[in-house]
Design a protein around this ligand. Structure first.
Ligand SMILES: C[S@@+](CC[C@H](N)C(=O)[O-])C[C@H]1O[C@@H](n2cnc3c(N)ncnc32)[C@H](O)[C@@H]1O
Length: 179
């Protein structure tokens, strides 16, 4: 019995290690690694975002990685969270973490460029600048007017944010836009 349990645990561990390796390799292919939003960013967002009343809002994370942002926004602000992730390993790790945390978020294996953004009220992005340029066109032609766009770390070159969230040292961390 002990042997079977340790065999199952070892296989599970090997699977998780394999998924992390695959996630790293795919980060090179998709031009952006799976780096989750940091706790320090969540600390900045937590007090500032309260006034936007996100409770029950349809929220999407474009390139949701392992779903960390989805779980944070669901727990903290009560959004209905959906995430699109192109990388199979990140998607599977995210699903495993959903089971462990029991936080009800919807992670889909999908290229966000093929998604319909008009259904969401809040869009979250943490990507590299070159990927954001493409999204600028997609969001401003497709999203419903009034949609809130939250960009972590990088901003849209051609847009003016309605608000910039700063950390305790005054560094600009998060950029908020309204479509
Ligand atoms: C920097 S990570 C951000 C993860 C998550 N949004 C967060 O803040 O914790 C970017 C993620 O976008 C994913 N990605 C890149 N291009 C994508 C695409 N076209 N469709 C869906 N996901 C994509 C990558 O696989 C990676 O997991």
């Amino acid at each position: 019995m002990d042997f079977i349990i340790s065999l199952i645990l070892s296989l599970f561990l090997i699977l998780v290690m394999f998924l992390f390796f695959l996630s790293f390799a795919n980060g090179i292919i998709y031009k952006v690694p799976q780096v989750s939003t940091f706790n320090s960013d969540f600390r900045v967002m937590r007090p500032w975002l309260k006034k936007y009343d996100l409770q029950g809002k349809r929220f999407v994370d474009l390139g949701c990685g392992i779903g960390r942002v989805l779980r944070f926004f669901t727990k903290e602000f009560g959004v209905q969270a959906t995430g699109y992730e192109i990388d199979l390993s990140n998607y599977l790790i995210g699903k495993i973490l959903n089971l462990i945390t029991k936080i009800p978020v919807n992670i889909q294996l999908k290229n966000y460029l093929k998604s319909d953004l008009s259904q969401f009220e809040v869009i979250y992005i943490y990507l590299y600048p070159e990927l954001m340029e493409v999204l600028d066109t997609k969001i401003w032609s497709e999203a419903t007017p009034g949609t809130l766009v939250i960009c972590n770390a990088f901003q849209f070159e051609k847009r003016t944010p309605i608000e910039v969230l700063k950390d305790e040292k005054g560094k600009e961390e998060v950029f908020i836009y309204r479509v």
